[in-house]
Design a protein around this ligand. Structure first.
Ligand code: BGC
Length: 562
């Protein structure tokens, strides 16, 4: 936990708790996830520990042929492991800001949550045979951050989040979970704290501390029930942005003024998590021994598209957009992100207030169905992502289901790369202190598109054809990022596809992802990557690229299927 653990021991430690439960731990690998990963080409990472999600009441006993909680704990003991990781995720009116993971308990169901969800989990965990297992719980992803930004009068708010706030059921539910689970001496609760691109503005940062303290003192809980907090759960925010820091400026203009940073005080989790911890201890009333976890399961942003140097010093936008490894159109995009990769492998950290890097979201499990707004590649966005493209992969199954194409993409774009290759340079960004000015929000992109289609006869069974749609996702004058959606418009599955276009001016592609892109003069040819050439009838996939020059008008694109 924190560097301050030399301070007077808090009550939790007095009760025999470890400072950092990950130190010296052998962490349980979920065999169900490992089997999926192995089957999809991920044997090299199938030995990594991922969290077991208690995401509905039926998951406790195990349903749909899945292992229940006791089966996982027994398996951990049988394998000689001593740490099991759980997500506690079933609040009434769950996931109030998004549409992708609404839960089974409606608003008003607090007593159901307490007696039919938390109590049965506690009953299992306190079985004497599990007393020597350390149990790490991530408590209710997104819930308290949603109370901070989405429950009042802001443009990002929803009626469901206003209700979650007015009923008090998020605070009461989190309080109950903390109190009941925290009463067990071998259990360590980490409360979800969003990510830098959510709470990194001063209008959200301190208010999170207040709301977290309210939850940690509600319904029987005390701050001693909180071992720490976790950032980046199921999100894609990079651990480290290596090519720029929030303190950088270009020609006297701070990068905080760039469209991407948008007055945030943090650009990555490595700077955000320790600063958040310090605030929670110094001003929000949490114990000095608390520690942070960071979910690094899908924040790698490697592969050919990863910038290796800072952007040009021509403007703050050129500098930031040219150098950032996070290739999302906007940091508010969170569903099945195209271009993302596996991040740091799980491991204890034990410095800077960070207990461990962990994989809470099991890589390969979908964030939401492609028909859900923010998971729909064609949805135009809303206030939560600055009205930008969603950057979501198409063809996604509902939240939690295995999404083979996403898993293969995550493997390909892993950073650090899987199985050797260059290792990342050390952390370069540093926390800032005492934020003073207030954030503004400024949507950045204006997509343009031009669909075309050109049928190709296929040798056997049905016709092969495809169409492509080209959209500029961000354009800072000296450079731009564009995405191309490829759609199978035929009746047979494709084996591969090729998209071509001619630039109208002197644009030059500098990197690309999810396709092999070659430019010769103004002519560009993009062919499918290994994992996205095969598209069923009606299926879509996306690739993208970054280029110098202005995005301008979208060129006419041609797609040929094979
Ligand atoms: C879903 C859960 C799922 C988890 C892990 C969440 O987005 O809502 O049902 O268990 O992801 O994949």
């Amino acid at each position: 936990m924190g560097a301050a653990s030399v301070f007077a021991a808090n009550a939790a430690q007095a009760a025999g708790q470890l400072d950092n439960p990950y130190a010296g731990a052998t962490v349980y690998v979920n065999p169900e996830w490992a089997a999926n990963a192995t089957a999809d080409g991920g044997a090299a990472i199938a030995n990594q520990p991922t969290f077991v999600w208690m995401d509905h009441m039926g998951a406790i006993a195990g349903d749909g042929g899945r292992m229940g909680l006791a089966a996982h704990l027994d398996d951990a003991i049988a394998k000689g492991d001593n740490l099991v990781q759980l997500v506690i995720y079933d609040l009434p009116n769950r996931d109030c800001a998004a549409l992708a993971s609404n839960g089974e308990i409606p608003s008003g169901g607090l007593s159901t949550y307490e007696t039919k969800f938390i109590d049965p989990i506690v009953t299992i965990l306190k079985t004497p045979k599990y007393a020597n297992l350390r149990v790490v719980n991530v408590i209710e992803p997104d819930s308290l951050p949603n109370l901070v930004t989405n429950a009042d009068q802001q443009a990002t708010s929803t009626d469901a989040c206003r209700k979650a706030k007015s009923t008090g059921e998020y605070l009461q539910g989190v309080g109950y979970a903390l109190a009941q689970l925290g009463a067990l001496p071998n259990v360590y609760n980490y409360v979800d704290a969003g990510h830098h691109g959510w709470l990194g503005w001063d209008t959200n940062f301190q208010p999170f501390g207040q709301i977290a303290h309210q939850a940690a003192t509600a319904n029987g809980a005390t701050v001693n029930d909180v071992a720490g907090f976790i950032t980046n759960t199921a999100n894609y925010s990079p651990l480290v942005e290596p090519n720029f820091k929030v303190t950088d400026s270009v020609n006297g203009t701070t990068v905080r003024q760039s469209k991407w940073v948008d007055w945030n005080y943090y650009v990555d989790e490595q700077s955000f998590a320790p600063a958040l911890r310090d605030m929670l201890v110094s001003t929000a009333g949490f114990n000095p021994g608390i520690g942070m976890l960071v979910d690094t399961s899908r924040d790698g942003w490697g592969g050919a598209a990863r910038p290796t140097a800072p952007g040009p010093m021509t403007s703050v936008d050129a500098y930031v957009n040219g150098g950032r490894v996070d290739r999302r159109p906007h940091a508010g995009d969170w569903c099945n992100q195209n271009g993302a990769g596996i991040g740091e492998r799980p491991r204890p950290v034990g410095s800077g207030g960070i207990d461990a890097y962990v994989w809470v979201k099991p890589p390969g499990e979908s964030d939401g169905d492609s028909h859900d707004q923010m998971c729909d590649p064609s949805y135009g966005g809303n206030a939560q992502n600055g009205n930008n493209p969603t950057n979501a992969l198409s063809g996604a199954p509902r939240a939690g289901q295995w999404f083979s194409a996403e898993f293969r993409m995550l493997l390909q774009n892993a950073y650090p790369p899987i199985g050797g290759g260059p290792t990342p340079s050390g952390p370069t960004s540093s926390p800032t202190s005492s934020p003073t000015s207030s954030p503004t929000s400024s949507p950045t992109s204006s997509p343009t598109s031009s669909p075309t289609s050109s049928p190709t006869p296929s040798s056997g069974g049905g016709q092969r054809s495809c169409a492509a749609t080209y959209a500029v996702q961000s354009d800072w004058g000296a450079g731009f990022v564009a995405g191309v959606t490829v759609r199978n418009t035929g009746t047979a599955a494709t084996n591969g596809w090729k998209v071509t276009w001619t630039f109208g001016a002197n644009q030059q592609i500098t990197s690309s992802w999810s396709a092999t892109v070659n430019q010769s003069g103004t002519a560009v040819t993009a062919t499918n990557a290994g994992w996205n050439g095969s598209l069923g009838a009606g299926a879509t996939t996306q690739f993208g690229f970054q280029a110098t020059g202005a995005g301008g008008t979208a060129p006419t694109v041609t797609c040929v299927a094979s």
